[in-house]
Design a protein around this ligand. Structure first.
Ligand SMILES: [Zn+2]
Length: 238
């Protein structure tokens, strides 16, 4: 999937799990959700391998795209690495239980990495060494082209409505509670639709996939996403 879509899928999964997790998490629900959002984008930082040349990025070497970075130990390493700069921002400097807060932060970033791997299992062509260094590759299910304007707009609309519901003034606490549950249900429906879309769509070729998106969305919503991805792809493959 597109990197931003990975982040949004992590955000929505975190919102669905938040009512349970926030009872135990030693920092705020907002920061827990943000950690999953960021963690779900970290594996695509393997793009830094392009400093060795674009061939390195598309190679099967451990530092290439969808190699070590898209594995269980790789996502743990990224979570540990990024927990260092993110700890003061998300878990809070001077936290009374810093070890517990740090473990939760690493766990949230790592869980985001797992959401990323799950999303990438369905894209065509490239299986991933999920249990690196074992020579056992998973994925390439060809259910979804990594480029998906439909998913982008699904996530953007869901998050915008979820935020809108939270902005309703606290004029009546019982009503506010029901609105909170409505927002949670909204995120749940979006998470279900995301998984359902991964399982039921089918990628055969770029032109077939483009036509499939056009059946789901008006062109005015597809064109800006297509142009943005075209520019990125040109830069990656030039
Ligand atoms: Zn990826």
């Amino acid at each position: 999937m597109m990197t931003l879509n990975h982040g949004f899928s992590g955000y929505i999964c975190a919102r669905v799990a938040a009512p349970v997790l926030k009872r135990h998490c030693p920092f705020s629900e907002k920061n827990l959700v943000l950690a999953l959002f960021l963690g779900a984008m970290l594996p695509d930082l393997d793009i830094i391998s392009t400093v060795l040349g674009h061939g390195a990025y598309f190679s099967g070497a451990w530092y290439g795209h969808r190699q070590f970075s898209h594995s269980v130990p790789g996502t743990l390493m990224l979570a540990l690495l990024f927990s260092i700069p993110l700890f003061p921002v998300l878990a809070g400097r001077g936290h009374p239980r810093p070890r517990r807060a740090w473990l939760w932060l690493v766990g949230a970033l790592w869980a985001g990495g797992w959401v990323h791997i799950f999303g990438d299992l369905f894209t065509p062509g490239m299986k991933m060494p999920v249990f690196w260094p074992l020579d056992f590759h998973l994925g390439g299910f060809s259910h979804i082209g990594w480029f998906s304007p439909y998913l982008l707009w699904l996530f953007v609309a869901t998050i915008a409505i979820g935020w809108g519901l939270r902005l309703i003034p606290n004029w009546h606490p019982p009503a506010k509670r029901w609105i909170g549950w409505a927002a949670w249900g909204w995120y749940g429906v979006a998470a279900y639709r995301w998984v359902n879309f991964l399982l039921t769509s089918r990628y055969d070729s770029f032109s077939q996939w483009a036509g499939y998106q056009q059946d789901l969305l008006p062109e005015v919503l597809i064109a800006p996403v297509t142009e943005g991805v075209r520019v990125l792809w040109f830069w990656l493959t030039r």
